[in-house]
Design a protein around this ligand. Structure first.
Ligand code: NAD
Ligand code: WQD
Length: 343
């Protein structure tokens, strides 16, 4: 059983990925400082898989404490580095906090890999590195535009830091996964998106509105040059995304990579508009959503979705779920976690 270090293992995508890793025979340890999560996610993982995951409550910006964990676990075969701050708007308000957290964590992980000879890294990048792309769908070759936020810039910078570092340390290997819009929850509704910070992403806003945590929600703009006037995104189910990590890590561990840094888009390869997402929610839940059309949200790109050909061909990964699966599982999770809060 190969041991994997997951940073940010208590967070949304990290916790779902741990489930997929365990189901594929990996042993997992986690580092998470709980700045946007709690260890409750680990209980959900245990209920689903029967495995207890140990989390080190350590800030990756603390190099000494981070190195201590590598010292203790000399048999780590790969690292999946999720830990980062991710709220786009907050990053505009607190740029230095974002640069410090996301870059210091990344640098310390790379230093530890080099020092302790851990050769394989999967990095959580984001479609936000593309900015306002000129052509759709975006491929991994699409030129990166100016970042729209300090958050997006941390992702561009981390990609460059990895490239430069691995150019020098050629025994290290990395895959950068550029996620499009992750959403949905594990089918069991035992884990899901549960941030400490206020959710701003479309799918949690929809479910929180439907359950009554919000009175209504706003669709940000219906006057874009798209098929129904609302923005278009590529929503990827979190369990499909989770499996992309397992496949990417296996690809590295089996030595199938052609270069020591490779990039893959992780999306379904189709655009869904905001209004289509709302309709999908109404269809699978059978209940109307209280929404209004509002002005455009500053900084939103009009449309973005992935070309996933390279990922499918190289990693043998194909997403299995669609927007309706996203809405159904997100809604089941919302009901479960709200029930738990009330009851
Ligand atoms: P999340 O906030 O749920 O999880 C991130 C976890 O990292 C949290 O549990 C947090 O407590 C932890 N963390 C943050 N900084 C840390 C530090 N310095 N030391 C230790 N732990 C730390 O976010 P998520 O949605 O699971 O995102 C995971 C990764 O994927 C992030 O890198 C994010 O930027 C990236 N990503 C997310 C999305 C998205 O829409 N959710 C899209 C593209 C990329
Ligand atoms: C999706 C669509 C909104 C809320 C962000 C980050 C990106 C990546 C994924 C991390 C947009 C519309 C939303 C609402 C709405 N994260 N919307 N009403 O902005 O595509 O991407 O998350 O890397 O970097 O920027 O995601 O879910 O916020 O928005 O109409 O209340 O839903 O305008 O068109 P976004 P989102």
């Amino acid at each position: 059983m190969s041991k994997v270090l997951v940073t940010g293992g208590c967070g949304y995508i990290g916790s779902h990925t741990i489930v997929d890793l365990i189901e594929n025979g990996f042993e997992v340890i986690s580092i998470d400082n709980l700045s946007n999560s709690s260890e409750d996610a680990l209980l959900g993982i245990e209920k689903i898989t029967g495995k207890k995951i140990h989390n080190y409550r350590v800030d990756l910006a603390d190099r000494t404490r981070t190195f201590d964990i590598f010292e203790e676990h000399q048999d780590i075969k790969g690292i999946i580095h999720f830990a980062a701050l991710k709220a786009v708007g907050e990053s505009v308000e607190q740029p230095l906090r974002y640069f410090h957290n996301n870059l210091a964590g990344m640098i310390n992980v790379l230093m530890a890999m080099n020092t302790f000879e851990v050769n394989n890294l999967i990095f959580s990048s984001s479609c936000s590195v593309y900015g306002n792309a000129d052509h759709l769908p975006v491929t991994e070759e699409t030129p990166l535009k100016e970042a729209e936020s300090p958050y997006a810039r941390t992702k561009q910078m981390c990609e460059q830091i990895i490239e430069d570092t691995l150019h020098r340390y050629t025994s290290l290997n990395a895959i950068m996964l550029r996620y499009f819009n992750p959403a949905g929850a594990h089918e069991s509704a035992l884990i899901g998106e549960s941030p400490i910070n206020i959710a701003n992403n479309l799918v949690p806003v929809i479910t929180e509105t439907a359950i009554g945590k919000r009175e209504s929600m706003t669709v940000f703009g219906d006057d874009y040059p798209t098929r129904d006037g609302s923005c278009i995104r590529d929503y990827i189910h979190v369990m499909d995304l989770a499996n992309a990590h397992t496949k990417a890590l296996t690809y590295l561990l089996e030595g199938n990579n052609k270069l020591n840094t490779e990039i893959f888009n992780i999306g379904i390869g189709e655009g869904v508009s905001v209004l289509e997402a709302v309709q999908a929610f109404e269809k699978v839940t059978g209940q109307p959503l209280n929404y209004e059309i509002g002005p455009r949200r500053p900084g939103d790109v009009i449309a973005i979705y992935a070309n996933k050909n390279k990922t499918e061909q190289s990693l043998g990964w194909t997403p299995q779920r669609n927007i309706e699966d996203i809405m159904r599982t997100a809604w089941e999770w919302e009901q479960k976690r709200t029930g738990a809060t009330i009851g």
